[in-house]
Design a binder for this molecule. Structure first.
Ligand code: FES
Length: 113
């Protein structure tokens, strides 16, 4: 579905290596004044909301499991990084954002209005 939308791209880091220098698999960034998270799983970068849709847990304090799901640190609900679906079935949806890395840096796409 993301392919049919138009995005404005915002640079969040010079490289993925810089972004994940701390060794964590999720980092919080800012793009156009918004707080977002960038997560990494199997060398792929994903963007998602910084707060959990359940009760606003800080997703950057969570972790990514072996299946590529981001796990909220508060109540451990899981969301697929690829599409934000709440894979543990509580009925929530985590907003996701496209991310790309080029020679110029790491960029997150926000829907153009
Ligand atoms: S706040 Fe994230 S699972 Fe409850």
């Amino acid at each position: 579905m993301q392919g049919s939308k138009t995005y404005r791209w915002f640079k969040v880091a010079e490289s993925a290596a810089e972004l994940f220098m701390s060794g964590r698999s999720i980092v919080q960034v800012q793009a156009a004044g918004r707080e977002l998270c960038i997560a990494r799983h199997d060398q792929t970068l994903y963007g998602c909301a910084s707060r959990c849709p359940h009760a606003s847990g800080r997703m950057a304090d969570g972790w990514v499991d072996a299946l590529g799901q981001i796990v909220c640190p508060l109540h451990r609900y899981k969301f697929k990084l690829s599409n934000g679906v709440n894979s543990t079935g509580e009925g929530y949806f985590l907003k996701t954002y496209p991310v790309k890395e080029t020679d110029d840096g790491v960029f997150v796409g926000l829907e153009a209005t």
